[in-house]
Design a protein around this ligand. Structure first.
Ligand code: FE2
Length: 378
């Protein structure tokens, strides 16, 4: 089933970070990505640097300021820490997608613009998303060089050793928004992108005895773009979403799920590359072995060794695993997911996941509603 905006797939995600060069080394060595593009002073851009990394369909841009005049990047990082500034979808016709979105209430950020050089041209436009986040429409049909016009081969001689992780692209991108904003943003997607609400987790569906959240998943009609939106829900203690909103200082992208056809190979490689994951107790796998309704090809001993989670749906199953927050603030993290016929988001794993996150929140002193004194471990 096609979608009305002519959306083909996810394109790139751009992070604003404190140091793009150092982040690029971390993304390359940990996620197993190649650093293939660069803009900066050497290429004529004086106030910022951007590194472009790719692996199969996954495209990531890391940008940081190198001059005080680069206020846009500096103010973002100052307020939010390292985080997702914009994510892009590839569309058949940028003008058409942008016109549809703005006619249906989208806040415009950038009108369609053609960026060109001797290798061809790329067209881009952007609309507002959450607080300081943007959603970009891009078409690169007439460009066949490094990422976008302006990007060159990185001047640094970069040689990074890593295990091949086999990541193929983006599965979904999740936003965290303030209390009572979830419906507003779900409606925004549904009206401006002609999306539909696919899943609606209500009070009591997701949570532990301490913390809870509400979540809606909106998606394009052909399901190539899936965008869960979470908001905090009142509970005895502070939820992970409240912690995110406090530490990020607003609404933004919480996690990006990356697809793999072989999660055992992927997680094995990621662990060797130094990625840090949320822990899962052994009791989870005892329960998994006892579940008669789950038949999976993978060996449960392998899942237990690598701490991979499994969830069953009527149409199939999925395997998934979540990293710890990748930066200094407990905000953005990655998920890795292998879908075997399942279209959901691992609802059966929420309990184990939340308990694991709460343990980390407690260590940070962010689980209780009132700040508590954290006893340093050393
Ligand atoms: Fe997810």
């Amino acid at each position: 089933m096609s979608n009305i905006l002519g959306i083909r797939n996810y394109d790139y995600v751009e992070f604003y970070v404190g140091s793009a060069k150092m982040s690029a080394f971390w993304y390359a060595s940990t996620l197993g990505m190649k650093i293939t593009g660069y803009i900066g002073p050497e290429t004529g851009t004086k106030d910022r640097v951007s590194y472009y990394l790719s692996q199969n369909n996954l495209k990531i841009v890391l940008t940081s300021a190198v001059q005080p005049s680069c206020y846009e990047v500096l103010s973002f990082v100052n307020k939010h820490g390292d985080g997702v500034k914009r994510w892009a979808v590839e569309v058949d016709d940028v003008e058409k997608a942008f016109r549809y979105a703005t006619q249906h209430g989208a806040v415009m950020v950038k009108r369609p613009e053609m960026i060109k050089n001797k290798h061809g041209h790329v067209t881009e436009a952007a609309i507002r998303l959450y607080d300081d986040t943007e959603l970009v429409y891009i078409n690169r049909d007439h460009f066949d060089h490094i990422f976008k016009p302006g990007y060159c081969v990185p001047p640094q001689k970069i040689h990074i050793e890593y295990e091949d992780t086999g990541i193929v692209g983006i599965d979904h991108i999740v936003g965290n928004v303030r209390e009572n904003e979830m419906n507003l943003w779900a409606d925004y997607f549904n009206k401006t992108m002609s999306f539909e609400t696919f899943v609606d987790f209500k009070a009591g569906d997701i949570g532990t005895k301490y913390s809870a959240l509400l979540s809606k998943v909106v998606r394009s009609s052909d399901s190539v773009i899936r965008n869960p939106i979470n908001e905090p829900y009142p509970a005895e203690k502070k939820s992970q979403i409240e912690e995110y909103i406090e530490q990020y200082h607003g609404s933004g992208v919480q996690h990006i799920a990356l697809q793999t056809p072989d999660i055992i190979k992927t997680v094995e490689a990621l662990r060797k590359n130094g990625m840090e994951f949320l822990d899962v107790p052994d009791t989870y796998y005892d329960m998994l072995r006892n579940r008669k309704d789950i038949r999976i090809r993978e060996n449960i001993d392998d899942l237990q060794r690598l701490r991979i989670l499994c969830d069953k749906e009527s149409t199939g199953y999925l395997l998934q695993l979540f990293t710890k927050p990748i930066g200094d603030r407990p905000t953005f993290f990655f998920e890795f997911i292998q879908r075997e016929g399942a279209e959901g988001f691992g609802k059966g794993n929420f309990q184990a996941l939340f308990e694991s996150i709460e343990l980390d929140q407690k260590l940070r002193g962010n689980l209780d509603k009132e700040p508590i004194e954290v006893m340093p471990p050393c």
